[in-house]
Design a protein around this ligand. Structure first.
Ligand code: HEM
Length: 417
């Protein structure tokens, strides 16, 4: 066996997190290398190899296989993050084969471009209503008052969960992703886990008794190999779907609004030329890559980028690094609103490609349009900006306070969703 190129970095450290764009640029000099930390794992950072791995789900599996001696570390989750017994495995994201295909088929009905197009008026009504609650004040926290609640309510709506429960899920996912384990904010958020799982279980049980025409009903009544999913499977699929829907779009929108405040000429371009928004969406997806990394498990000895990888080893994929690869993107560290082509991998690629991507794109565009048309002069209070403490999987903003010229409510006064 040839010698493995070794790299040494701790993706959990503040040091790596704070300078990670430069860190990944250095790592890309050897796009497939081995890091001996956390039990050892391959680090895949080049656009071509990230793409290759993602398309070959047979050799590079997303499946979470509990085996004797398994310490509870998820195979999809990043090395060094203990999952904890009470938290379900990551639903559809860690399932392969016929069950994966069947689950995607059921969910897809609600997530096609046509289905999301039909949802758009509800997205607009939701964005309008949340902005109405603060627009007369001239001040808001763009995260707490806008980019967090809107995707949360819409995710409840997508699945068929009670809309008023959005707080429970948003506080959990936002709190545990934004803050480091051991911090008071993290502990407070993780305290919600029992209540969330109970609520998910109750809702699933109610639909089993009396199915309606919604995604949750389809999930509890679907059959794979002649059997229905059990409670644990349902909870874990819902967990993954709700988790996927919530914090990702929130982060993408918050980071983009921060960027536009810091680049007034680009904000003005988007205001003057709304037709730029579709391309700009892809560019913000590429540039921020809010889902920064994920992991795969190698199921058979193989070669990748000239390296020999062995069955049973783990591998970290960096979407963030792939999306900044200078071999594919000119001026990769700049936001170019009309970049074309833009073959970014922010939603992944292959069988596990983000199933919520059409919803994410549309929610993002609705949220940005609402801000740019109703509070176009918003200014960020730089002292109050708080970014995520350093989560190696996801990037985002905790607080984004802003002021703007107050405007009128558009109504209705009652929540229209
Ligand atoms: C900016 C927004 C989003 C980004 C950047 C994003 C990114 C990703 C990425 C990178 C993956 C993994 C792909 C892979 O492993 O190959 C993924 C999977 C997934 N996402 Fe998203 N996502 C976003 C929004 C959403 C939304 C809105 C939903 C739900 C409505 C969602 C639900 C899921 C689910 C269920 C999976 C697992 C799919 C599977 O394994 O088959 N995501 N997403």
């Amino acid at each position: 066996m040839t010698e493995r190129p070794i790299v040494d970095f701790d993706h959990h450290s503040t040091e790596f997190h704070e300078d990670r764009v430069a860190g990944w640029a250095e790592l890309r000099e050897c796009p497939v290398a081995f890091n001996e930390r956390y039990g050892g794992f391959w680090v895949v950072s080049g656009h071509d190899v990230v793409d290759q791995v993602s398309r070959d789900g047979e050799t590079f599996s997303s499946k979470h296989q509990r085996e004797p001696g398994d310490d509870g570390i998820s195979y999809l989750g990043i090395a060094g993050i203990p999952r904890g017994r009470s938290i379900p495995t990551a639903g559809i994201a860690e399932v392969e084969g016929p069950t994966h295909v069947a689950l995607r088929r059921v969910m897809n009905r609600y997530l096609t471009p046509t289905a999301i197009g039909a949802m758009r008026p509800r997205m607009e009504a939701s964005a309008r209503w949340f902005l109405d609650q603060v627009i007369e004040r001239g001040r808001l926290d763009l995260v707490d008052d806008f980019t967090n609640p809107v995707p949360a309510v819409l995710t409840m709506d997508l699945v068929g969960l009670p809309l008023d429960d959005w707080h429970l899920y948003a506080e959990f996912f936002h709190g545990t992703i934004a803050h480091r384990p051991g911090s008071p904010e993290f502990d407070r958020a993780i305290g919600n886990v029992g209540a969330m799982l109970t609520r998910l279980g109750e809702e699933a049980a109610a639909r089993r008794q009396a199915p309606t025409d919604d995604l949750l009903s389809d999930l509890v009544t679907m059959e794979v190999d002649g059997r229905r999913l059990d409670d644990d499977e349902i909870r874990s699929v819902l967990w993954n779907l709700v988790g996927g829907g919530l914090d990702t779009t929130t982060s993408l929108t918050s980071l983009s609004l921060l960027h536009l405040a810091q680049h007034p000429e680009q904000r003005q371009d988007l205001i003057d030329h709304p037709e730029l928004l579709a391309g700009a969406t892809e560019e913000f997806l590429r540039f921020f890559s809010v889902n920064e990394t994920l992991t795969r498990t190698i199921t058979a000895d193989t070669t990748l980028g000239g390296q020999e990888l062995c069955r049973g080893e783990h591998l970290m994929l960096s979407w963030l690094s792939a999306n900044r690869d200078e071999r594919v993107f000119e001026r990769p560290d700049e936001v170019v609103l009309d970049r074309a082509p833009n073959p970014h991998l922010a939603f992944g690629v292959g069988a596990h490609r983000c199933i919520g991507m059409h919803m994410a794109r549309t929610m993002f565009q609705v949220l940005i349009t609402e801000v740019l048309t109703r509070i176009p002069d918003y200014e960020i209070d730089a002292d109050g900006v708080q970014l995520y403490a350093g989560n190696p999987e996801l990037n985002g903003v905790v607080h984004l306070p802003a002021t703007f010229t107050p405007g009128p409510r558009l109504g209705p006064a009652e929540r229209p969703f």
